[in-house]
Design a protein around this ligand. Structure first.
Ligand code: 76B
Ligand code: MG
Length: 214
């Protein structure tokens, strides 16, 4: 049977990265996507911006929407302090199966809880299922038409506190116009755009960082 792109990406990790070394896993995926096959990871350029935001916040509780193959999951989890928790939601079971193995290869299973399903179904269950009060950081990288409804849902479910940070990928390409309009015009958020490029390309894209004011 034909392999899928996520399976070929996992093979590249298992071939070129060292078990238990997250940096080598990140590098193996970036090399694969730059030189072999493009894939929709946040990538190295936007990944450095993600790293700086994570390091600045030093979060104890992180929610990632959209795991894909686990590239940004590994980027974030490798920077988390001990006992910090990253919950990552993936809709596609095939992507989730690959991501679990990528996260395991990086040796980060202890810090990561990968949940399969749709964001709209799981966000209302976060508190009861995982004992979360609020998230310090949310990385939005899932279906682009879900950024706005899920942000409103997180507000309604009391998952954001004064100072919680939303970091959104792809606000230019593929684009999240309704989310940008809402978050930039809302008095409840302070937003800043980090201009960059669509992963592994010269096309403009960027990350929008928004701090919830409560
Ligand atoms: C919990 C839950 C999770 C999900 C969910 N899980 N996994 C995803 C993946 C979503 N990501 C993307 O679609 C995406 C696309 C591009 C892209 C593609 C093609 C182009 F030509 C240009 C750019 C680039 C990116 O950086 C992206 O992140 N959604 C959905 C619902 N509920
Ligand atoms: Mg993305």
């Amino acid at each position: 049977t034909q392999s899928t792109r996520p399976q070929r990406l996992l093979n590249a990790v298992q071939k070129n990265a060292t078990r238990g070394d997250p940096r080598s896993v990140v590098k193996a995926i970036d090399d694969f996507c730059r030189h072999k096959e493009w894939a929709m990871n946040v990538g190295d350029e936007k990944g450095c911006i993600l790293d700086s935001v994570v390091s600045e916040i030093n979060p104890a509780a992180v929610l990632e929407l959209g795991t894909y193959c686990g590239y940004s999951t590994v980027r974030i989890a490798r920077l988390l302090p001990p006992h910090a928790k990253l919950i990552t939601l993936e809709f596609n079971p095939d992507f989730a199966a690959i991501a679990r193995q990528v996260i395991a290869w990086a040796g980060l299973e202890e810090k990561v809880q990968l949940v399969e399903g749709a964001s709209g179904d799981w966000i209302p269950k976060m508190k009861e299922q995982f004992g979360i009060t609020t998230f310090d950081l949310v990385f939005l990288d899932h279906w682009k038409d879900r950024y706005l409804p899920d942000t409103k849902l997180m507000e309604e479910c009391g998952l954001l506190r004064k100072g919680s940070v939303l970091l959104a990928d792809n606000v230019i390409c593929p684009g999240t116009p309704d989310y940008l309009e809402y978050i930039r015009s809302s008095p409840r958020y302070e937003s800043r755009y980090f201009k960059s490029h669509l992963e592994y390309t010269k096309v403009e894209d960027g990350l929008e960082k928004s701090v919830f004011k409560g």
